[in-house]
Design a protein around this ligand. Structure first.
Ligand code: ADP
Ligand code: ASP
Ligand code: MG
Length: 404
């Protein structure tokens, strides 16, 4: 019997009525002759609510206890979904991440999946059950509960689909698929029929939260094609799959934006070997991910180094960067929040020129100042004022003809 994995996100299971709708869709899929594994998120708002609760009892809750707490969100949904299926007369059983065989490393709050042993899932499917698996959670070999980073139920679904060699993997969400840009930001955005792993990976890792970026990385690594579609209708969604060589590739597939970024500039950094290493090693030890880095050409034996990171990370760092700057004999450290990143993504950029020029033109004409630029083979990203990000996304969307 074909195996289908269906993942439902927070909004799709946001209240009892929606959970009943999910149950009805699952029963339909099973009655069409499939074995069905369902992966669910916590009901919308529940994970955020649990994080707020933790902060009310502790300013620095440990990551281990955060995982024990956050895992309860998904555990509530699996039980409710199984009960909803029972009420429709279907055989169903709920499984926590651990019971579903999801083994992770021990990096609490952002654990990586080390192994999936779907023995229990297979057994329950063979007995005619729908298996309802809690997304976002796993267990270490020592038996500690872990979570997979925000949005991690996507990863659970892809990893289970890979382990079961499922015939279909469907990610049900609150929009019709992957759009050319977040439809909440660009009202003209269009749903894409297909997008390649690499393109969605670039978009997801630069702010398009429609899929967790690690889940797309996993899908690419194990070649798990999947469909992103709406849980509120029966429209066809977006197929995400491996690049097909030889086809004419679109130059720009989509645009993503990332808000809440911060820029740090260390001025007058002595121009000698080892200074950049000292700065970025200190940031790495503090577990901070750095995004764009720019170093000026040195004219008088010293240079300025600027880099961006998430604004929350900058606040977490406190005076750490100032300390490092002093130690290496650099000058003033300028910290600036309120910036954002706009990225233009498409596989056809590998073989087409002129994309950067078109982007800079449209931003210039719209009065948007570019503070930093970074590129990859299939992406051009610019750092701009956060207050201009929505208009910039709309200018770029129109300039590349994405609504046509
Ligand atoms: P779920 O709870 O189902 O996991 P998410 O809220 O994580 O759903 O992701 C869906 C949201 O992603 C959409 O409501 C949309 O606002 C946002 N989004 C951002 N970029 C895109 C994009 N390019 N295409 C579609 N949705 C996007
Ligand atoms: N509930 C988790 C979150 O809100 C995981 C998920 O929804 O995918 O991040
Ligand atoms: Mg999500």
């Amino acid at each position: 019997m074909p195996i289908v994995v269906q993942k439902f996100g927070g909004t799709s299971v946001g209240n009892p009525e929606r959970i009943m709708n999910v149950a009805r869709r699952v029963v339909e899929t099973q009655r069409a002759g499939n074995s069905v594994v369902v992966v669910v998120s916590a009901m919308s708002g529940v994970t955020d609510g649990l994080i707020k609760l933790a902060r009310q009892v502790s300013t620095h809750p440990t990551d281990r206890e955060m995982d024990v707490l956050l895992a309860t969100g998904e555990q509530t949904t699996i039980a409710l979904t199984a009960m909803a299926l029972h009420s429709l007369g279907a055989k169903a059983i709920s499984l926590t991440g651990a019971q579903a065989g999801i083994i992770t490393d021990g990096i609490h709050t952002k654990a990586k999946i080390a192994n999936v042993t779907p023995r229990q899932i297979r057994k329950h499917l063979n007995e005619g059950n729908v298996c309802i698996v809690a997304g976002f959670q796993g267990q270490t070999l020592q038996g500690h509960i872990t979570t997979l980073g925000r949005g991690g139920s996507d990863l659970t679904a892809i990893a289970i689909a890979a382990a079961l060699r499922a015939d279909h993997c469907e990610i049900f969400t609150d929009v019709d698929g992957v759009y050319t840009c977040d439809p909440r930001v660009v009202p003209d955005a269009k749903k894409l029929d297909i997008i390649y792993y690499d393109e969605l990976l670039e978009m997801a890792s630069s702010g398009a939260k429609v899929m967790q970026s690690r889940s797309v990385e996993f899908a690419k690594k194990f070649n798990v094609p999947f469909e992103v579609r709406s849980s509120f209708n029966n429209n066809r969604g977006t197929t995400v799959k491996a690049e097909q060589h030889g086809l004419e590739n679109v130059v720009v597939r989509g645009i993503s934006i990332e808000r809440n970024q911060a820029k740090v500039t260390i001025t007058n950094v002595p121009d000698r070997p080892g200074t950049a290493s000292r700065i970025f090693n200190a940031l790495a030890s503090a577990n901070v991910s750095i995004d764009v880095i720019v170093q000026n050409v040195s004219v008088s034996g010293s240079t300025d180094i600027s880099f961006t990171m998430n604004n929350d990370d900058l606040e977490k760092l406190g005076g750490m960067i100032d300390g490092v700057a002093k130690e290496i004999g650099a000058g003033e450290v300028i910290k600036k929040g309120g910036i954002a990143k706009l990225s233009v993504v498409g596989i056809g950029m590998r073989s087409h020129s002129g994309v950067a020029a078109k982007l800079f033109d449209c931003l210039g004409n719209g009065g948007v100042n570019i503070q930093m630029i970074s590129t990859s083979e299939i992406k051009i990203a610019v750092i701009i004022e956060e207050s201009k990000i929505e208009s910039a996304a709309n200018f770029a969307h129109a300039a590349f003809g994405l609504a046509d």
